[in-house]
Design a binder for this molecule. Structure first.
Ligand code: PMP
Length: 404
Protein backbone atom coordinates (compact mmCIF):
# COMPACT_ATOMS: atom_id res chain seq x y z
CA UNK A 1 0.00 0.00 0.00
CA UNK A 2 1.12 3.52 -0.79
CA UNK A 3 0.89 6.13 1.93
CA UNK A 4 1.02 9.14 -0.36
CA UNK A 5 1.34 11.71 2.43
CA UNK A 6 4.35 9.90 3.86
CA UNK A 7 5.89 9.52 0.42
CA UNK A 8 5.31 13.16 -0.50
CA UNK A 9 7.38 14.18 2.51
CA UNK A 10 10.37 12.54 0.77
CA UNK A 11 10.12 15.01 -2.15
CA UNK A 12 11.01 18.55 -1.06
CA UNK A 13 10.13 20.07 -4.44
CA UNK A 14 6.47 19.05 -4.14
CA UNK A 15 5.99 21.20 -1.09
CA UNK A 16 5.83 24.59 -2.80
CA UNK A 17 3.49 26.99 -4.49
CA UNK A 18 3.75 27.89 -8.17
CA UNK A 19 2.06 31.07 -9.34
CA UNK A 20 0.60 31.34 -5.85
CA UNK A 21 -1.05 27.89 -5.97
CA UNK A 22 0.09 24.55 -4.53
CA UNK A 23 2.20 22.80 -7.15
CA UNK A 24 0.51 19.85 -8.87
CA UNK A 25 3.23 18.07 -10.78
CA UNK A 26 1.76 15.90 -13.54
CA UNK A 27 4.71 15.95 -15.95
CA UNK A 28 6.25 12.75 -14.65
CA UNK A 29 6.60 11.13 -18.07
CA UNK A 30 8.97 13.97 -18.99
CA UNK A 31 11.00 13.64 -15.80
CA UNK A 32 10.32 12.48 -12.28
CA UNK A 33 11.00 14.43 -9.11
CA UNK A 34 13.82 13.37 -6.76
CA UNK A 35 13.50 12.19 -3.17
CA UNK A 36 15.73 13.60 -0.44
CA UNK A 37 17.82 10.38 -0.28
CA UNK A 38 18.80 10.89 -3.91
CA UNK A 39 19.61 14.58 -3.40
CA UNK A 40 21.68 13.68 -0.31
CA UNK A 41 23.50 10.86 -2.09
CA UNK A 42 24.59 13.23 -4.86
CA UNK A 43 25.86 15.81 -2.34
CA UNK A 44 27.57 13.14 -0.23
CA UNK A 45 29.44 11.76 -3.20
CA UNK A 46 31.01 15.17 -3.80
CA UNK A 47 31.55 15.79 -0.09
CA UNK A 48 33.15 12.45 0.66
CA UNK A 49 34.54 10.35 -2.20
CA UNK A 50 34.76 12.41 -5.39
CA UNK A 51 37.64 11.10 -7.54
CA UNK A 52 38.08 9.73 -11.02
CA UNK A 53 37.39 6.04 -11.34
CA UNK A 54 39.05 2.91 -12.70
CA UNK A 55 42.54 4.38 -12.92
CA UNK A 56 43.71 5.55 -9.53
CA UNK A 57 45.44 3.49 -6.88
CA UNK A 58 44.63 6.06 -4.25
CA UNK A 59 41.91 5.41 -1.71
CA UNK A 60 39.31 7.91 -2.92
CA UNK A 61 39.58 6.64 -6.48
CA UNK A 62 39.06 3.11 -5.22
CA UNK A 63 36.07 4.15 -3.13
CA UNK A 64 34.49 5.96 -6.09
CA UNK A 65 35.21 3.00 -8.39
CA UNK A 66 33.72 0.53 -5.90
CA UNK A 67 30.58 2.67 -5.50
CA UNK A 68 30.19 3.03 -9.27
CA UNK A 69 30.62 -0.69 -9.90
CA UNK A 70 28.33 -1.54 -6.98
CA UNK A 71 25.66 0.56 -8.66
CA UNK A 72 26.18 -1.31 -11.92
CA UNK A 73 25.76 -4.58 -10.02
CA UNK A 74 22.59 -3.27 -8.36
CA UNK A 75 21.12 -2.35 -11.74
CA UNK A 76 22.08 -5.76 -13.11
CA UNK A 77 20.09 -7.35 -10.27
CA UNK A 78 17.21 -4.96 -10.78
CA UNK A 79 16.72 -5.82 -14.46
CA UNK A 80 17.92 -9.40 -14.02
CA UNK A 81 20.74 -9.21 -16.56
CA UNK A 82 22.91 -12.30 -16.66
CA UNK A 83 26.21 -10.39 -16.23
CA UNK A 84 27.05 -6.98 -14.82
CA UNK A 85 29.18 -6.25 -17.91
CA UNK A 86 25.98 -6.35 -19.96
CA UNK A 87 24.92 -3.18 -18.13
CA UNK A 88 26.43 -0.05 -19.69
CA UNK A 89 26.14 3.41 -18.19
CA UNK A 90 24.95 6.02 -20.68
CA UNK A 91 23.70 9.58 -20.47
CA UNK A 92 20.13 8.42 -21.14
CA UNK A 93 17.82 6.57 -23.47
CA UNK A 94 18.77 8.71 -26.45
CA UNK A 95 22.46 7.93 -25.96
CA UNK A 96 21.75 4.20 -25.60
CA UNK A 97 19.72 4.02 -28.81
CA UNK A 98 22.30 6.02 -30.76
CA UNK A 99 25.07 3.77 -29.49
CA UNK A 100 23.32 0.67 -30.82
CA UNK A 101 22.07 2.27 -34.05
CA UNK A 102 25.51 3.60 -34.84
CA UNK A 103 27.21 0.22 -34.45
CA UNK A 104 24.42 -1.74 -36.05
CA UNK A 105 25.43 -0.37 -39.46
CA UNK A 106 28.12 -3.07 -39.50
CA UNK A 107 25.39 -5.70 -39.84
CA UNK A 108 23.24 -4.02 -42.52
CA UNK A 109 23.36 -4.02 -46.28
CA UNK A 110 21.13 -2.24 -48.81
CA UNK A 111 17.69 -3.83 -48.92
CA UNK A 112 17.76 -4.97 -45.27
CA UNK A 113 14.97 -3.66 -43.08
CA UNK A 114 14.84 -1.91 -39.72
CA UNK A 115 11.40 -1.96 -38.16
CA UNK A 116 10.16 0.76 -35.84
CA UNK A 117 6.62 1.36 -34.59
CA UNK A 118 4.15 4.17 -35.13
CA UNK A 119 4.19 4.75 -31.38
CA UNK A 120 7.86 5.69 -31.05
CA UNK A 121 9.46 8.71 -29.46
CA UNK A 122 11.61 10.65 -31.94
CA UNK A 123 14.71 9.28 -30.25
CA UNK A 124 13.72 5.79 -31.35
CA UNK A 125 13.01 6.93 -34.92
CA UNK A 126 15.66 9.41 -35.98
CA UNK A 127 18.82 7.36 -35.16
CA UNK A 128 17.40 4.47 -37.22
CA UNK A 129 16.44 6.77 -40.07
CA UNK A 130 20.00 8.12 -40.08
CA UNK A 131 21.31 4.56 -40.08
CA UNK A 132 19.07 3.61 -43.00
CA UNK A 133 20.25 6.64 -44.98
CA UNK A 134 23.83 5.60 -44.36
CA UNK A 135 23.45 1.92 -45.19
CA UNK A 136 20.67 1.77 -47.78
CA UNK A 137 18.48 -0.24 -45.42
CA UNK A 138 14.77 0.45 -45.40
CA UNK A 139 12.79 1.82 -42.45
CA UNK A 140 9.55 -0.14 -42.02
CA UNK A 141 6.81 1.09 -39.68
CA UNK A 142 4.41 -1.04 -37.63
CA UNK A 143 1.11 0.88 -37.86
CA UNK A 144 -1.22 1.78 -34.98
CA UNK A 145 -4.97 1.86 -34.57
CA UNK A 146 -7.38 4.49 -33.22
CA UNK A 147 -7.02 3.17 -29.64
CA UNK A 148 -3.29 3.83 -29.78
CA UNK A 149 -2.34 0.16 -30.02
CA UNK A 150 0.02 -1.43 -32.51
CA UNK A 151 -1.69 -3.48 -35.20
CA UNK A 152 -0.10 -6.82 -34.44
CA UNK A 153 -1.34 -8.63 -37.51
CA UNK A 154 0.48 -5.98 -39.57
CA UNK A 155 3.60 -6.46 -37.48
CA UNK A 156 3.54 -10.19 -38.26
CA UNK A 157 2.89 -9.53 -41.92
CA UNK A 158 5.78 -7.06 -42.20
CA UNK A 159 8.33 -9.37 -40.57
CA UNK A 160 10.56 -11.24 -43.00
CA UNK A 161 14.08 -12.53 -43.38
CA UNK A 162 14.95 -8.97 -44.49
CA UNK A 163 14.11 -7.65 -41.00
CA UNK A 164 17.40 -7.22 -39.14
CA UNK A 165 16.28 -5.04 -36.24
CA UNK A 166 12.94 -4.45 -34.54
CA UNK A 167 12.98 -1.45 -32.23
CA UNK A 168 9.90 -0.63 -30.22
CA UNK A 169 9.01 1.02 -26.97
CA UNK A 170 7.82 -0.98 -23.99
CA UNK A 171 5.37 1.81 -23.18
CA UNK A 172 4.41 4.82 -25.31
CA UNK A 173 5.28 8.17 -23.76
CA UNK A 174 2.55 10.05 -25.59
CA UNK A 175 -0.35 7.67 -24.90
CA UNK A 176 0.74 5.27 -22.16
CA UNK A 177 0.04 2.15 -24.25
CA UNK A 178 1.86 -0.94 -22.95
CA UNK A 179 3.05 -2.93 -25.96
CA UNK A 180 3.06 -6.74 -25.90
CA UNK A 181 6.82 -6.78 -26.22
CA UNK A 182 7.46 -10.31 -25.01
CA UNK A 183 5.38 -11.72 -27.84
CA UNK A 184 6.88 -9.24 -30.32
CA UNK A 185 10.41 -10.21 -29.31
CA UNK A 186 9.59 -13.87 -29.85
CA UNK A 187 8.14 -13.17 -33.31
CA UNK A 188 11.10 -10.98 -34.32
CA UNK A 189 13.54 -13.66 -33.21
CA UNK A 190 11.72 -16.22 -35.37
CA UNK A 191 12.92 -14.31 -38.46
CA UNK A 192 16.38 -13.76 -36.95
CA UNK A 193 15.98 -10.03 -36.19
CA UNK A 194 17.57 -8.37 -33.18
CA UNK A 195 15.26 -6.45 -30.84
CA UNK A 196 15.86 -3.22 -28.98
CA UNK A 197 13.31 -2.18 -26.38
CA UNK A 198 13.01 1.48 -25.43
CA UNK A 199 12.10 1.13 -21.79
CA UNK A 200 12.19 4.86 -20.94
CA UNK A 201 8.50 4.93 -19.97
CA UNK A 202 8.37 1.42 -18.55
CA UNK A 203 11.00 1.49 -15.80
CA UNK A 204 9.15 4.10 -13.71
CA UNK A 205 6.20 1.70 -13.46
CA UNK A 206 7.58 -1.83 -13.56
CA UNK A 207 10.69 -3.92 -13.08
CA UNK A 208 11.77 -5.36 -16.44
CA UNK A 209 13.31 -8.83 -16.51
CA UNK A 210 15.58 -8.72 -19.53
CA UNK A 211 16.35 -12.44 -19.48
CA UNK A 212 12.70 -13.37 -19.33
CA UNK A 213 11.87 -10.88 -22.09
CA UNK A 214 14.84 -12.21 -24.08
CA UNK A 215 15.37 -8.79 -25.71
CA UNK A 216 18.78 -8.11 -27.24
CA UNK A 217 18.94 -4.52 -25.97
CA UNK A 218 16.92 -2.62 -23.37
CA UNK A 219 17.49 1.10 -22.78
CA UNK A 220 16.22 3.60 -20.23
CA UNK A 221 16.94 6.96 -18.57
CA UNK A 222 17.75 7.54 -14.91
CA UNK A 223 15.95 10.87 -14.63
CA UNK A 224 12.54 9.27 -15.11
CA UNK A 225 13.04 6.94 -12.13
CA UNK A 226 13.90 9.46 -9.45
CA UNK A 227 17.56 9.46 -10.47
CA UNK A 228 19.78 12.28 -11.72
CA UNK A 229 19.57 13.79 -15.19
CA UNK A 230 22.32 12.72 -17.56
CA UNK A 231 22.18 9.08 -16.48
CA UNK A 232 20.88 6.03 -18.25
CA UNK A 233 21.39 2.36 -18.92
CA UNK A 234 21.91 0.31 -22.03
CA UNK A 235 21.51 -3.39 -21.40
CA UNK A 236 22.81 -5.57 -24.20
CA UNK A 237 23.25 -9.31 -24.45
CA UNK A 238 26.92 -10.16 -24.06
CA UNK A 239 27.15 -11.71 -27.53
CA UNK A 240 25.71 -8.57 -29.17
CA UNK A 241 27.90 -6.18 -27.19
CA UNK A 242 30.97 -8.20 -28.13
CA UNK A 243 30.02 -8.00 -31.81
CA UNK A 244 29.03 -4.34 -31.85
CA UNK A 245 31.85 -1.89 -32.64
CA UNK A 246 32.66 0.84 -30.08
CA UNK A 247 30.65 4.06 -30.31
CA UNK A 248 33.18 6.60 -29.11
CA UNK A 249 36.94 6.35 -28.88
CA UNK A 250 38.95 7.71 -25.99
CA UNK A 251 40.33 6.94 -22.58
CA UNK A 252 38.96 4.01 -20.57
CA UNK A 253 37.69 2.09 -23.61
CA UNK A 254 41.06 0.77 -24.78
CA UNK A 255 43.31 -2.16 -23.91
CA UNK A 256 46.39 -0.86 -25.75
CA UNK A 257 47.04 2.17 -27.97
CA UNK A 258 49.79 2.76 -30.47
CA UNK A 259 49.74 4.84 -33.64
CA UNK A 260 49.61 1.64 -35.65
CA UNK A 261 46.76 -0.04 -33.82
CA UNK A 262 44.43 0.23 -30.85
CA UNK A 263 42.84 -2.72 -29.14
CA UNK A 264 39.68 -2.29 -27.16
CA UNK A 265 38.91 -2.96 -23.53
CA UNK A 266 36.64 -5.75 -22.40
CA UNK A 267 32.95 -5.12 -21.66
CA UNK A 268 31.57 -2.91 -20.28
CA UNK A 269 34.50 -0.48 -20.69
CA UNK A 270 34.62 -0.84 -24.48
CA UNK A 271 31.51 1.35 -24.61
CA UNK A 272 32.34 3.74 -21.78
CA UNK A 273 34.91 6.13 -23.23
CA UNK A 274 36.03 9.07 -21.13
CA UNK A 275 35.16 10.09 -17.59
CA UNK A 276 31.56 9.15 -17.05
CA UNK A 277 28.88 10.78 -14.91
CA UNK A 278 30.32 9.09 -11.82
CA UNK A 279 28.08 10.76 -9.25
CA UNK A 280 25.04 10.17 -11.46
CA UNK A 281 25.80 6.49 -11.95
CA UNK A 282 26.21 5.92 -8.23
CA UNK A 283 23.09 7.88 -7.34
CA UNK A 284 21.02 6.05 -9.94
CA UNK A 285 21.59 3.00 -7.73
CA UNK A 286 20.26 4.97 -4.73
CA UNK A 287 17.14 5.91 -6.72
CA UNK A 288 16.53 2.27 -7.66
CA UNK A 289 16.89 1.24 -4.01
CA UNK A 290 14.34 3.90 -3.08
CA UNK A 291 11.80 2.63 -5.62
CA UNK A 292 12.33 -0.99 -4.63
CA UNK A 293 11.71 -0.09 -1.01
CA UNK A 294 8.30 1.26 -2.00
CA UNK A 295 7.85 -1.78 -4.23
CA UNK A 296 6.87 -1.88 -7.90
CA UNK A 297 3.71 -3.86 -7.19
CA UNK A 298 2.57 -1.10 -4.85
CA UNK A 299 3.55 1.58 -7.35
CA UNK A 300 1.69 -0.10 -10.22
CA UNK A 301 -1.46 -0.71 -8.18
CA UNK A 302 -1.59 2.84 -6.86
CA UNK A 303 -0.88 4.45 -10.22
CA UNK A 304 -3.57 2.31 -11.82
CA UNK A 305 -6.02 3.68 -9.27
CA UNK A 306 -4.96 7.22 -10.20
CA UNK A 307 -5.34 6.40 -13.90
CA UNK A 308 -8.88 5.07 -13.45
CA UNK A 309 -9.90 7.96 -11.24
CA UNK A 310 -8.36 10.58 -13.55
CA UNK A 311 -9.87 9.04 -16.67
CA UNK A 312 -13.33 8.95 -15.14
CA UNK A 313 -13.14 12.52 -13.78
CA UNK A 314 -11.72 14.05 -16.95
CA UNK A 315 -14.28 12.32 -19.16
CA UNK A 316 -17.02 14.04 -17.15
CA UNK A 317 -15.91 17.29 -18.84
CA UNK A 318 -18.00 17.86 -21.93
CA UNK A 319 -15.96 18.14 -25.12
CA UNK A 320 -12.90 16.43 -23.62
CA UNK A 321 -11.38 13.65 -25.67
CA UNK A 322 -8.75 11.19 -24.47
CA UNK A 323 -6.24 9.83 -26.99
CA UNK A 324 -4.91 6.37 -26.29
CA UNK A 325 -7.52 4.06 -24.88
CA UNK A 326 -5.57 0.80 -25.00
CA UNK A 327 -6.72 -1.88 -22.58
CA UNK A 328 -3.14 -2.10 -21.27
CA UNK A 329 -1.83 1.32 -20.32
CA UNK A 330 0.08 3.17 -17.64
CA UNK A 331 -0.84 6.33 -15.78
CA UNK A 332 -0.71 8.70 -18.74
CA UNK A 333 -3.74 10.63 -19.95
CA UNK A 334 -3.36 12.49 -23.24
CA UNK A 335 -6.34 14.70 -23.98
CA UNK A 336 -7.74 17.75 -25.74
CA UNK A 337 -10.71 20.03 -25.36
CA UNK A 338 -12.87 20.32 -28.43
CA UNK A 339 -11.90 23.33 -30.54
CA UNK A 340 -9.19 24.60 -28.16
CA UNK A 341 -5.45 24.45 -28.74
CA UNK A 342 -3.67 22.37 -26.05
CA UNK A 343 -1.05 25.06 -25.57
CA UNK A 344 -3.71 27.58 -24.51
CA UNK A 345 -5.15 25.19 -21.94
CA UNK A 346 -1.65 24.32 -20.67
CA UNK A 347 -0.78 27.98 -20.23
CA UNK A 348 -3.91 28.72 -18.22
CA UNK A 349 -3.65 25.71 -15.94
CA UNK A 350 0.02 26.51 -15.27
CA UNK A 351 -1.23 29.79 -13.78
CA UNK A 352 -3.26 27.57 -11.45
CA UNK A 353 -0.14 25.68 -10.35
CA UNK A 354 -0.64 22.64 -12.54
CA UNK A 355 2.25 21.25 -14.56
CA UNK A 356 1.26 19.09 -17.53
CA UNK A 357 3.02 18.71 -20.86
CA UNK A 358 1.53 20.21 -23.98
CA UNK A 359 2.59 19.53 -27.56
CA UNK A 360 3.58 16.55 -29.65
CA UNK A 361 5.59 14.86 -26.86
CA UNK A 362 8.43 14.09 -29.32
CA UNK A 363 6.04 11.73 -31.09
CA UNK A 364 4.89 13.72 -34.11
CA UNK A 365 3.81 10.65 -36.12
CA UNK A 366 1.21 9.88 -33.41
CA UNK A 367 -0.16 13.42 -33.62
CA UNK A 368 -0.24 13.14 -37.43
CA UNK A 369 -2.19 9.89 -37.08
CA UNK A 370 -4.85 11.65 -35.01
CA UNK A 371 -4.53 14.80 -37.16
CA UNK A 372 -4.00 17.06 -34.18
CA UNK A 373 -1.23 19.55 -33.36
CA UNK A 374 -0.65 18.00 -29.97
CA UNK A 375 -2.31 17.06 -26.70
CA UNK A 376 -2.23 17.91 -23.04
CA UNK A 377 -0.57 15.06 -21.23
CA UNK A 378 -1.07 14.44 -17.53
CA UNK A 379 1.23 11.68 -16.31
CA UNK A 380 0.87 10.46 -12.74
CA UNK A 381 3.53 9.11 -10.38
CA UNK A 382 3.22 7.25 -7.10
CA UNK A 383 3.60 10.54 -5.17
CA UNK A 384 0.52 12.10 -6.81
CA UNK A 385 -2.93 12.06 -5.22
CA UNK A 386 -6.60 12.01 -6.16
CA UNK A 387 -6.94 15.49 -4.65
CA UNK A 388 -4.40 16.71 -7.20
CA UNK A 389 -6.46 15.12 -9.97
CA UNK A 390 -9.48 17.01 -8.67
CA UNK A 391 -7.44 20.22 -8.91
CA UNK A 392 -6.53 19.37 -12.51
CA UNK A 393 -10.15 18.75 -13.43
CA UNK A 394 -11.24 22.05 -11.91
CA UNK A 395 -8.43 23.90 -13.69
CA UNK A 396 -9.28 22.34 -17.06
CA UNK A 397 -12.92 23.33 -16.60
CA UNK A 398 -11.87 26.87 -15.80
CA UNK A 399 -9.63 27.01 -18.89
CA UNK A 400 -12.48 25.69 -21.01
CA UNK A 401 -14.77 28.40 -19.73
CA UNK A 402 -12.21 31.12 -20.39
CA UNK A 403 -11.31 29.89 -23.87
CA UNK A 404 -14.66 28.98 -25.37
N1 PMP B 1 11.90 7.18 -25.43
C1 PMP B 1 10.80 7.44 -24.73
C2 PMP B 1 9.63 6.51 -24.84
C3 PMP B 1 10.75 8.57 -23.92
O1 PMP B 1 9.65 8.85 -23.24
C4 PMP B 1 11.88 9.42 -23.83
C5 PMP B 1 11.87 10.66 -22.98
N2 PMP B 1 10.74 11.47 -23.13
C6 PMP B 1 13.01 9.09 -24.58
C7 PMP B 1 12.99 7.96 -25.35
C8 PMP B 1 14.24 9.93 -24.54
O2 PMP B 1 14.81 9.92 -23.27
P1 PMP B 1 15.98 10.89 -22.87
O3 PMP B 1 15.56 12.27 -23.32
O4 PMP B 1 16.08 10.77 -21.39
O5 PMP B 1 17.20 10.42 -23.59
Amino acid sequence: MIDSQKIRADFPILNQTVNGKPLVYFDNAATSQKPQVVIDAEANYYKEINANIHRGVHTLSQLATDAYEASRYKIQQHINAKFSHEVLFTSGTTHGINLVANGFGSFLKPGDEVMVSALEHHSNIVPWQMLCEKTGAKLVVIPMNENGELILSEFERLLSEKTKMVTVNHISNALGTINPIQWMIEKAHEVGAAVLIDGAQAVPHLKPDVQDLDCDFYVFSGHKICGPTGTGILYGKEAWLNKLPPYQGGGEMIATVSFEKTTYAELPHKFEAGTPNIAGGIVLGTAIDYLNEIGFDNIAAYEHELLEYGTKKLLEIEGLKIYGTASQKTSVISFNLDGIHPYDVGTIIDKLGIAVRTGHHCAQPIMDFYQIPGTLRASFAFYNTKEEIDALVEAVKKAQMMLS
